[in-house]
Design a protein around this ligand. Structure first.
Ligand SMILES: [Ca+2]
Length: 314
């Protein structure tokens, strides 16, 4: 019996992981303009032993009409639960705590963009009071998404309950987003990892891949993108790579640099447009003499002025 209980606990613990841990985070109107105290990343640093505003483990924004914080999971995740640890200042939570007054009315969204309006509203507080709002809030939200957005507002012209603070802040010490790991999971307990290595997430019941990771395609995501393509659904076209039509199937980068005349990390920018315009600008307004010379690696413009030669535009 003891062993059965142990096995069950192990399965539960390994079913979901905190996919928000150490992921990029952002907040509107940060209270501290410099330093790490109150930084947006403090809500995903895995630390929640010090719940004070100056303890370096919490997020803090300035008091405004709106407060927004989000974490970017960096890829779409199969999310199950979201927990929020509010900033209590290590004091009793509730009616005597100003932070609780500010937290009332908060919302939690899951979105595929940084715009909450394009996402799903997982939770909106319409019922908590200072006596009932929990210091650690958990909601179930079984959806797919990349951004977890915390939002609150005290808009002008809107009547709020008497116990609401007149302004809102981001007062978050930790936001934990429990979901499947990057490879996804499925099954009756949603505890089995998706079988296809290059699968972004799979069907909850069958394990069949629904979306491949960027750079892969096919029913089991075994195939890399076809020549000249890369990215999500292999929908993006490669730039002008040197001596090859194919770029990196995931991020579109070129292994051996760009073809002559192109630049940029994806080799999609024309190399000479800007420099030619720059030279023409100087030619027109400074009455310089422009001469164009051809070199093995491309074009270089020389500007001659007062018998001095300036190598100007490479
Ligand atoms: Ca923290």
């Amino acid at each position: 019996m003891t062993w059965m209980l142990y096995i069950t606990l192990v399965e539960v613990c390994h079913r979901y992981v905190n996919v928000a841990l150490n992921k990029p985070a952002y907040q509107q109107n940060p209270f501290f303009q410099t330093g790490n105290v109150g930084d947006a990343s403090n809500a995903v640093d895995g630390k929640r032993s010090d719940l004070t505003r100056n303890g370096g483990q919490c997020v803090l924004s300035g008091a405004r009409e709106t407060a927004t914080w989000w974490v970017n999971l960096t890829t779409t995740h199969n999310i199950q639960n979201i927990s929020i640890y509010f900033m209590t200042d290590n004091k009793p939570w509730g009616a005597s705590n100003e932070n609780a007054k500010s937290a009332l009315g908060f919302s939690v969204y899951v979105s595929n963009t940084t715009d909450k309006e394009t996402g799903l509203l997982c939770f909106k507080d319409d019922n908590f009071t200072l006596e009932t709002i929990p210091a650690v809030f958990t909601t179930t939200c079984p959806v797919h998404g990349q951004y977890i957005i915390y939002y609150n507002e005290r808009l002008r012209g809107v009547n709020y309950p008497d116990n609401y603070h007149y302004s809102v802040i981001n007062n978050l010490c930790e936001v934990e987003v429990y979901g499947c790991p990057v490879t996804g999971c499925y099954g009756s307990n949603n505890s089995l990892p998706c079988p296809d290595v290059n699968c972004q997430y799979c069907h909850k019941e069958t394990g069949t891949c629904q979306v491949c990771k960027p750079g892969y395609k096919g029913q089991q995501c075994k195939l890399e993108c076809e020549t000249g393509k890369y990215g999500v659904n292999c929908s993006k076209s490669c730039g002008n790579c040197h001596n090859e039509p194919q770029c990196h199937n995931v991020d579109g980068s070129c292994t051996d640099g760009c073809s002559a005349g192109y630049r940029g990390s994806l080799c999609t920018e024309r190399k000479y447009n800007f420099t030619i315009n720059t030279c023409l600008y100087h030619l027109t307004f400074l009455n310089f003499y422009l001469r164009c010379l051809r070199f093995p690696f491309g074009f270089t413009f020389l500007i001659l002025h007062d018998n001095q030669c300036f190598t100007f535009c490479h």
